[in-house]
Design a protein around this ligand. Sequence first.
Ligand SMILES: Cc1cc2nc3c(=O)[nH]c(=O)nc-3n(C[C@H](O)[C@H](O)[C@H](O)COP(=O)(O)OP(=O)(O)OC[C@H]3O[C@@H](n4cnc5c(N)ncnc54)[C@H](O)[C@@H]3O)c2cc1C
Length: 376
Amino acid sequence: MSEFAQEVIEQIKKYCEDKIQPHIEHDDEEGIFKKEIYQGFGSLGLTGLTLPEKFGGADLDYQTFCPILAAIAGYSVSYSVTLSVSVMAQSIINEFGNEEQKQKYLPELTSGSEIAGFALSESHSGSDAAALKTTAKKVDGGYILNGSKMWITSGGIAKTYIVMARTGEKGAKGISAFIVQDKTQGFSYGKKEKKMGWKVSPTRELLFENCFIPEENLLAQEGKGFNIALAALNRGRVTIGAVALGLADKALETAIKYSLERKQFNQSIFDFQGLQFMMADCATEIEASRYLVREAAKNFDEGKINRKLAAMAKLKATDTAMKVTTDAVQILGGVGYTSEYPTERYMRDAKVLQIVEGTNQIQKVIIGRELKRENT
Ligand SMILES: Cc1cc2nc3c(=O)[nH]c(=O)nc-3n(C[C@H](O)[C@H](O)[C@H](O)COP(=O)(O)OP(=O)(O)OC[C@H]3O[C@@H](n4cnc5c(N)ncnc54)[C@H](O)[C@@H]3O)c2cc1C
């Protein structure tokens, strides 16, 4: 990691210690998202980190962004994913939008004053996202959207959403991507999900009922929506890997610290080889994940599209986060299961990392497909 990135991470940790740490257990229990905390990330220059300076970003790379997401995830996975998803949506506008769209939508997102969301999933089409049913019917001057999106991260707190809807034939080629903003007539929010983890991050349904979207809100051309979504998810997978890594790091750190202090049978529990082996396995899995996430981020920075590596990074890092957080609860014993220690929250927050941005089974489907392509 560069000296610059290390300095930034120290600043972020201090910010999270001050603003997130003292309230996170309460806010997690109550499901409270504080926009001012996200806006504080903006003041630190994090909310448009990989976006061009011209639009208020910092023009930094994914090798810098990933350790930053990991550092935030050590305090709150919810705030880290809010940032990761918002930057993913911004990257779509930056990569596929025209100059006018970039000028109009990016500055308030890169500055952190507003948040962005990404809306692909629907109730009947999660993994099989190309089967989505929300329609965008061409009319004079724009499109009329009808349908709904499920499980949208930052639903209700984001101002700008990238929404995938069907403008044409069945399947991937009939899907287009639109920029939709809060308070557009015909666009409203449905139920807020009650979740196992990520409780600070709202997950909500988006509803479209005869919602008129002007044609200047179409991204790229009609029929490009699914490719846009896949390109974004490719990046999103690496950043979710980074979030998982930060969580796993923190869980192991908590387990090691506790096990060095806790005594049973007149010795610190760290010295029981049974526990040491668990921690050795966790540390090894974490380092393996770190290499994969770093390598996948480096690929993006070099302009390469490596779907296999991005899928491997997401798969490995999120499975590792699940294993390490589960083991951390075990190492802490009874208190690990209670909210006296954060390990139970870590474990709850880890689970959904194996589900979002393509479940880990879907990552294996992608890896398998690439293996076949490389060998036939
Ligand atoms: C907290 C949270 C936040 C989310 N945020 C967003 C968001 O911001 N934007 C968004 O668009 N979506 C979001 N999602 C949706 C998420 O991407 C989907 O839940 C995910 O893609 C899985 O879809 P599904 O839930 O319909 O599961 P399904 O697709 O029904 O899968 C169910 C099970 O079947 C397995 N399966 C499915 N297909 C295959 C296959 N081909 N081979 C092997 N196994 C398979 C899956 O791995 C899984 O185990 C979010 C979800 C949650 C829970």
